[in-house]
Write a protein that binds this ligand. Structure first.
Ligand code: C2E
Ligand code: MG
Ligand code: MG
Length: 399
């Protein structure tokens, strides 16, 4: 049987603590593999990066393989002290057996790799046997990507707009543009599913350009209706940020649509910025110089770092829904409170994402959060409805 082992999230260790820290962890994990598997006569190799394979001769019994895999997962999961913080590293494992899953080296490695991806998708720090379904999943992704290729020209994409409420003056301050795909074959496909496919296939570049254009059209509509102060935020993928042309693309869209740069906001996640830290920061600075506003999206997921908050030229911080979810239930809700005030001390405006209840809203109001976005105020709306809500909200407003 062949074990395909991949360390979880080593990339963010490299990004946050440097390659030396990453190397140390790879070496320590290699030793753990040797220690755990030596008594099974295993042949162990590092494929590259944070990937290892282990070959266990004569071992195909599912019960025994499960026991070994359990032990390996347990032993790989370790705390490491890096400079001043402790980080926990774990591994994900995929298993394929000869001859059931394949009769060639390539086939076995491919299937164990597929199974490893399934372990990652199941939340990491676990293992999976290869199953035929996993190949089906890979094929489905391929089919979905092919349909996505035609989605733009066939007019299957649209934008919805989710309003953001300013708690300071109770005004509808802006919208976040969110992409929707209605496929004739697959029905409504969630962006959480198709955006990663678009990123893997580089389709995100033409799609992202279309989103920008369409969002600016909505801004034109808003301006024509007298709402020049209302902003629209667009999500920018790491692939778009890595694109050489990104600054000029945005400049060109603004010019063509005649939108004031201040009306456009760009949302970027921390992990997208970390892909190429220096270059990303330089591009962000250029974008900021154009006059557009920058927001750090999903803050609090992954290795969020306070240093980054000072390093990135962003003006807005969006606190991830997972934090907002804990406000009421969690005894220690002071975290969100502290985060809001810390961000404000750096002159950032704070948006709370995924606000679903009145209690959450009241907590956030009490602790001076600047803006909220979430189902409690409104779901994402098609452009016409978004405009209606704006009109309604505007009339209801006490001057
Ligand atoms: P995001 O940028 O963090 O967007 C917020 C997501 O949270 C949206 O999901 C929104 O519908 C959802 N949401 C808002 N309020 C609530 C709430 O109260 N409760 C719950 N449960 N959910 C809420 P959506 O539209 O499915 O988008 C998911 C992700 O897909 C986005 O996360 C963003 O990362 C990505 N995405 C969406 N549109 C685009 C796009 O045009 N370009 C790029 N690059 N990514 C996009
Ligand atoms: Mg967003
Ligand atoms: Mg978000």
């Amino acid at each position: 049987s062949l074990f395909f082992v991949d360390l979880d999230d080593l990339k963010s260790i490299n990004d946050n603590f440097g390659h030396f820290a990453g190397d140390t962890i790879i070496i320590a994990s290699g030793k753990k593999l040797l220690e755990t598997l030596s008594r099974y006569n295993a042949f162990i190799a590092r494929l590259g990066g944070d990937e290892f394979i282990a070959l266990l001769p004569g071992c195909v019994d599912a019960a025994e393989l499960s026991r070994i895999a359990d032990l390996l997962v347990q032993n790989l999961c370790q705390d490491y002290l890096l400079s001043t913080t402790t980080v926990r590293i774990s591994g994900s494992i995929g298993i394929a057996s000869y001859p059931r899953d394949g009769t060639t080296v390539e086939e076995l490695i491919k299937k164990a790799d597929n199974a490893m991806y399934a372990a990652k998708a199941a939340g990491r720090n676990c293992w999976r046997f290869f199953e035929d379904d996993m190949l089906r999943e890979a094929q489905e992704k391929l089919l979905l990507t092919n349909s996505l290729r035609r989605a733009l020209e066939n007019d299957e994409l649209s934008l919805v707009f989710q309003p953001q409420l300013s708690l300071e003056d109770n005004r509808l301050a802006g919208f976040e543009a969110l992409l929707r795909w209605h496929s004739p074959t697959y029905g409504n496909v969630s962006p959480a599913r198709f955006i990663p496919l678009a990123e893997q296939s580089q389709l995100i570049l033409p799609i992202g350009a279309w989103v920008l254009e369409e969002a600016c059209r909505f801004l034109q509509t808003l301006s024509a209706a007298g709402y020049e102060q209302v902003r629209v935020a667009v999500n920018l993928s790491s692939k778009q940020l890595a694109d050489e042309q990104i600054v000029s693309t945005i400049q060109e869209v603004l010019r063509r649509t005649g939108i004031a740069p201040q009306q456009l906001e760009l949302e970027i996640t921390e992990s997208a910025l970390l892909t190429a830290l220096d270059e990303s920061c330089a591009k962000l600075q250029q974008l900021k110089n154009l006059g557009v506003r920058l927001a750090l999206d999903d803050f609090g997921t992954g290795y969020s770092s306070i240093t980054h908050l000072r390093l990135f030229p962003v003006e807005i911080l969006k606190i991830d829904k997972s934090f907002i979810d804990t406000i009421i239930t969690n005894e220690d809700s002071s975290l969100v409170n502290s985060l809001i005030h810390f961000a404000q001390s750096l002159n950032l405006r704070v948006v709370a994402e995924g606000v679903e209840t009145k209690e959450q809203l009241e907590y956030l109001r009490q602790y001076d959060c600047d803006l909220i976005q979430g189902y409690y105020f409104s779901r994402p709306l098609p452009p016409e409805e978004a405009l209606l809500l704006l009109e309604k909200h505007d009339q209801n407003r006490t001057p």
